[in-house]
Design a protein around this ligand. Structure first.
Ligand SMILES: [Zn+2]
Length: 56
């Protein structure tokens, strides 16, 4: 289920405040040295550093 249009534009990575992009039901931080992947559960982004997946 795609996120509401415009939602990504107001969300930011809580770790580095970079913008996010949606990919494979996750929100990926676009920060060069961050890149954390936040899960989207039932259409709700979980923007918690503790819940984020570290980049490989
Ligand atoms: Zn980040």
């Amino acid at each position: 289920m795609p996120l509401e249009t415009g939602l990504l534009e107001i969300l930011a990575c809580p770790a580095c405040h970079s913008s996010l992009k949606e990919q494979d039901n996750e929100l990926i931080c676009t920060g060069q040295e961050c890149g954390l992947a936040y899960p989207v559960r039932d259409g709700i982004p979980v923007l918690l550093v503790d819940e984020a997946r570290r980049p490989a």
